[in-house]
Design a protein around this ligand. Structure first.
Ligand SMILES: NC(=O)c1ccc[n+]([C@@H]2O[C@H](COP(=O)([O-])OP(=O)(O)OC[C@H]3O[C@@H](n4cnc5c(N)ncnc54)[C@H](O)[C@@H]3O)[C@@H](O)[C@H]2O)c1
Length: 299
């Protein structure tokens, strides 16, 4: 008996890497799995693997960066397995480039696949789940990059949007019994091989099995997870972390509001001396001496 026996799941971008791992664990837990990847050959390999283990699985090469692609996935899931219970919005790409050099195409492609794919995939699935009246589970995929990462304004922005979408969808869809959470996964994949350090140079990372994110995905999809929604979990490797969500911190208060002169007088001692670290490395705030051009030009 698996915890997802009789359930039907769609996983986007599941032909390799982290998405493949989700499929393996969802299938082992008893779910029928629609394995989506824009790369058909890779999706079919995963389906053969799952079927070899006795699971129910079907491949589809739709582009999740389009409404039509998202709708195709949900239709196929209902046709093959009779319903849709779970969608894992996992597909992604990177197009890293420093901000001042980034093209519209590099920005838009990343937004379309991550943010658009999460919007269209979640909406197509949630509309069907509402019609079924059976509730359901949406798992989105964010990244620590959403805290800020050099050379990734497109990807960081997309992953921040996905975290915010997760909070909002959780609020809107609870009335239909649909839970919405996100993972910020880790794993050695084709994508992680492109990661660069703060100096812009490629970094050698220790190997992490990308399938290690799968068990938490299954837990969140299972009935035991029925009270969990609107949360983001760091997963993969040895850890499962609950992400602290943005909230207002230290606050200056003055009845009637602050004048410029009062801000000038009080800001540094009340807020300016405890500015937040910037970026995913969470280094102490580096700019107390001022943000200055590295090669100053005369004006
Ligand atoms: N690897 C990590 O450490 C890491 C860290 C944080 C977040 N993530 C996120 O995890 C997810 C999976 O990444 P991964 O590391 O396994 O990368 P990956 O490149 O190995 O896999 C991504 C898959 O998505 C597919 N894909 C791309 N565009 C698609 C589209 N339009 N429609 C359907 N499929 C498409 C690709 O063909 C690929 O198979 C991504 O959302 C990524 O941003 C990964």
């Amino acid at each position: 008996m698996g915890v997802l026996d009789g359930k039907a799941a769609v996983v986007t971008g599941a032909g390799r890497g982290i998405g493949r791992g989700h499929c393996v664990h969802l299938a082992q837990a008893g779910a029928g799995v629609v394995v989506n990847d824009i790369d058909r050959a890779e999706a079919e390999k995963v389906v053969s693997e799952l079927k070899g283990g006795g699971a129910r699985a079907v491949a589809i090469a739709a582009d999740i960066g389009s409404r039509a692609g998202a709708e195709e996935l949900i239709e196929l899931c209902c046709k093959e397995f009779g319903a849709i219970d779970i969608i894992v919005n996992n597909a992604g790409i990177v197009r890293d480039r420093s901000f001042l050099k980034m093209s519209d195409e590099e920005f838009n492609d990343v937004m379309r696949i991550h943010v658009g794919g999460t919007f269209w995939g979640s909406q197509a699935a949630a509309r069907k789940m509402r019609e079924q009246g059976s509730g359901g589970v949406i798992i989105n995929t964010t990244s620590a990059a959403h805290m800020g990462n050099f050379g990734q304004v497109n990807y960081a922005g997309a992953k921040g949007a996905i975290a915010s979408m997760t909070y909002t969808l959780a609020l809107e869809l609870a009335r239909y019994g649909i839970r919405v959470n996100a993972i910020s996964p880790s794993g050695s994949t084709r994508m992680s091989a492109t990661y660069k350090g703060p100096d812009g140079k490629e970094v050698e990372l220790p190997y992490i099995d990308p399938a290690l994110n799968g068990p938490m995905v299954v837990f969140l999809c299972s009935d035991e997870g029925n009270y969990i929604t609107g949360q983001v979990f760091g997963t993969g490797g040895d850890r499962i972390a609950l992400l602290s969500q943005p909230r207002y911190g230290d606050t200056m208060l003055k009845p009637g509001g602050w004048t410029l002169e009062e801000i000038q007088l009080h800001f540094k001692s009340q807020l300016g001396n405890r500015l937040e670290p910037i970026g995913l490395m969470k280094r102490p705030y580096p700019f107390y001496d001022g943000v200055k051009p590295s090669a100053a030009k005369k004006r």
